[in-house]
Design a protein around this ligand. Sequence first.
Ligand code: SF4
Ligand code: SF4
Length: 471
Amino acid sequence: MADTLHKKEKATDNFRDHLATVDKQGKRNWIYAQKPHGKLYRLRTWLSLLYFIVFFGLPFVQINGRPLFMFNIPQAKFILFGKVFWPQDFFILGLGMVAFIFFIILFTASFGRLFCGWACPQTNFMEMMFRKIEYWIEGDAAQQKILAKAPWTGNKTFKKISKHILFYLLAFIIANFFLSYIIGIKELEKIITEPVSKHVAGLTSLIVFSAVFYAVYAFFREQACTVVCPYGRLQGVLLDKNSMIVAYDYKRGEPRGVDKKTNDVVHGDCIDCFQCARVCPTGIDIRNGVQLECVGCTACIDACDNIMDKLNKPHGLIRYASENSIANGEPLRYTTRMKMYTALCGLVVVVLSVILLTRKDINATVMRTPGILYQERGKDSVSNLYNIKLANKTLDELKLSVKLEDANGKIDIVGKPYIDVAKEGQGSGSFFIVLPNKNIKQRKTELKLGLYEGEKKITTITTSFLGPVSE
Ligand code: SF4
Ligand code: SF4
């Protein structure tokens, strides 16, 4: 079917007017991708193992009792590298998002869809987990096609049911781990071990996530990349002629074909064998040029390299290349523009890391009580009244006190001598700063306050003190 489809497209050259996976009636063309073999596929298999270890392992990594990453959208609470981000930190998250988008644009302009092929969860789970199970149970593409057309015998029913049971189990496991990235592994454990009645919302989420993942990997498949994914659809504006993409070297390959009588390659190096199209999980023919459906999985590179081996021709008829490098016959270069983009990406990462690492666990805001200037204290001193607001992002309850750092005077905390702040909570209090008249040289004096937990200084806060100017 793939052959007929591609030959028809070649004749009419209308491949850009429609999706390879949808026929003229708007019905789905099911893709039976042939199992890839080759160096890149082996490398991707090994890297995907590492990928799965990280995906399934990260929720178990805790720093000071907190998950390494948590994205609790319902509670607007995010944990990145063990640090909690609250709604008041949203400017950091906003900045992070902007930096991330900036990074994506630069990365894509330089390296095309490298992310889609090697790091995207959709590609990794689909190609390296679900598709491999399908090959294992139903065989390679040709056997899958035969099975699909075969009547419902016991063998077919057994294969189909086994495949879908395994798919659903895997989807259920992925859904559990996905949920653990939202609520944390400890909460997930409670959902699993405690009575159902206590975790109706959590269980509902699990069922919904499992159903969605199952539907995506069992049925929706490549449509997630070609129809839904916004990143995929942005490629048209993000790529340029210098971007590194999976590309067919039309200068070397065309005109394609073999002499039917002698079986010799008569023109370019492409023998029109369609192996590159048969392995493509999105059903396209890379020889048609850059297409939004190409997820950069490199299966066509392996397929074509295998054909070149049989023809005793060099590898790389399909390879990572830029349009410019193919048009001008130069090897892919790490251009100055790419170097600049990489440097800018590095800068973005450094800025974000600095913001994350220097972010304080305890935020303090001190403001002079509005509407009050100063109070006379006996004959020789003046006081100002302040309000302090504290946000505690740690997992400990804190008793915090304030000390005057750089002036002769004292602090009178209203009520208890310290301010209680609950773990991952907020606290507030009021205090007076009392300064002797002789130390007040101007109407507004800058003061430094130290915030302490016991004897341990947590941060320094700057504020101002209003007083009468001595004559
Ligand atoms: S696998 Fe290589 S030789 Fe075969 S059709 Fe594709 S580009 Fe041509
Ligand atoms: S064209 Fe090649 S790299 Fe692109 S999705 Fe198809 S097989 Fe993968």
